[in-house]
Design a protein around this ligand. Structure first.
Ligand SMILES: [Zn+2]
Ligand SMILES: [Zn+2]
Length: 137
């Protein structure tokens, strides 16, 4: 058994697949759906507007973005590239840093085992990692 405190609510739980307790997983999934639906109706909303419109904490919205569950290539939802600080829409690094990282990778001769990332469909708008969400249930 891997028993730990839920980082979200502090309750002790038996860690199975996620790092937060089942109650928080459920809450987070509900929040995710709220956020997703709100964005669907208000495609140009920013983080603050999302927070006010859904009641979901800004931190949680940022977490969805960080985890690539929510992707927006417009300028409204902004994260910072962990490498250079440029505003990005999701994930951890901006495109040029990602390209730089890939280059480092190939010069080390490791590209063989790294499949090319498929082009993101829906570029320029939100798209949602529904499959991943459902799989975790
Ligand atoms: Zn919890
Ligand atoms: Zn960068």
């Amino acid at each position: 058994m891997d028993v730990r405190n839920c980082p979200s609510c502090g309750k002790i739980f038996n860690r199975l697949r996620r790092d937060i307790c089942p109650a928080c997983v459920q809450k987070e999934d509900q929040e995710y759906e709220l956020v997703r639906d709100f964005i669907y109706d208000h495609p140009s909303v920013d983080v603050q507007g999302l927070h006010e419109g859904t009641g979901v904490a800004v931190d949680t919205i940022m977490k969805f973005l960080r985890e690539d569950r929510l992707v927006n290539t417009s300028k409204n939802l902004v994260l910072e590239c962990e490498s250079c600080g440029t505003g990005i829409s999701s994930g951890r690094f901006c495109d040029s840093c990602k390209a730089g990282l890939a280059k480092d990778f190939s010069s080390a001769g490791k590209t063989k085992d790294v499949p090319q990332q498929p082009a993101k469909s829906g570029y320029g708008s939100f798209h949602f990692m529904r499959d991943r969400l459902n799989k975790d249930r």
